[in-house]
Ligand binder design. Structure first.
Ligand code: PAF
Length: 287
């Protein structure tokens, strides 16, 4: 496995090692790798001739400096984990800020209604920062396919839109959420939870599963949202940011199930909650 710190080194490696007809799968990450990331890498390895992984904590997608500062950085162990699964001709790209952003950044994407809800509404500028870095990474790495976890379900939709805006020829492959045995969605941020908070946080998934049962037995979305908020806010140090039911394509909030022109099977429930000072998100299809 080759590790490249600079764009030039990466491009030289790509040119010298990969044939035109070889497919390249790409897994962009911000490091602090866990089994969820590794499942993306494994999928990319199984579907491509070569795989590239990037590790770059992208400062411009953090809307709070405290969140950026607290983001776990574990490069040595990340590389060790990747070394176990990646082959000789696979590559890890680990650029510094100056390499990715040599000049002031001007781009302002218009992701439309996709970016006005949930993460877009609660983290102003976040998706613009994601769009800018993913566009840059795609142009440097030039992958055929790119792999993203569905924990960031809205991010996947934004990246599909980015592909259209930038006319990029990259296939986006969404991958299912991996969970701890108790149900907590795997996330780099889980490293920052205390043992008690981590245990309590497994309630997020339990509540999502119960919600799915209650929806299928006819309970209305408004009362369900209130119930979810109440049960989560009762847990010590938990503060719900949003509970949103939305259709999976446009991600627009659904307030009532009756008179809907969308298929019920497209509904997903999205939750964002802070536990102490750690922000967690999760989602589950309701059918
Ligand atoms: O999902 C992430 O880890 C990041 O948002 C991404 C896609 C690597 C861009 O920085």
């Amino acid at each position: 496995m080759k590790v490249c710190n600079s764009i030039k080194e990466f491009k030289d490696f790509r040119l010298s090692r990969y044939q035109k007809e070889n497919s390249l799968g790409f897994v962009p990450t911000m490091g602090a790798l866990h089994a969820g990331h590794l499942s993306l890498v494994q999928k990319a390895l199984s579907e491509n001739d070569h795989v590239a992984v990037s590790i770059f904590v992208n400062p411009i997608q953090f809307n709070k400096t405290s969140d950026l500062t607290a983001y776990p950085r574990t490069l040595k162990s990340d590389l060790r984990m990747l070394e176990e699964v990646m082959g000789l001709d696979d590559v890890v790209f680990t650029p510094e800020n100056g390499e990715m952003y040599p000049e002031p950044i001007q781009t302002q994407y218009d992701f439309g209604e996709l970016a006005n809800v949930m993460e877009g509404e609660h983290r102003p500028g976040h998706f613009n920062g994601v769009g800018i870095v993913v566009n840059r990474l795609f142009r440097i790495v030039e992958p055929d396919s790119a792999y993203f976890g569905e924990k960031d379900f809205q991010q996947v939709a934004i990246i599909r839109r980015l592909i259209e805006i930038e006319s990029l020829a990259v296939k986006i492959v969404p991958c299912p959420i991996l969970r701890e045995p108790g149900g907590l969605a795997l996330s780099s941020r889980n490293l920052r939870l205390t043992r008690t908070d981590r245990k309590n946080a497994s309630n997020i998934f339990k509540i999502l599963q119960n919600t799915r049962k209650k929806i299928s037995s006819g309970q209305d979305i408004n009362s369900l949202s209130v119930e979810i908020r109440e049960s989560l806010n009762k847990l010590p140090d938990f503060a719900v940011e949003y509970v949103t039911f939305a259709d999976e394509n446009k991600l627009q909030p659904i307030l009532q199930l009756n008179n809907l022109a969308i298929e019920k099977s497209n509904i997903r429930c999205f939750i964002a909650v802070t536990v102490g000072n750690v922000r967690l998100i999760d989602n589950l299809s309701m059918y």
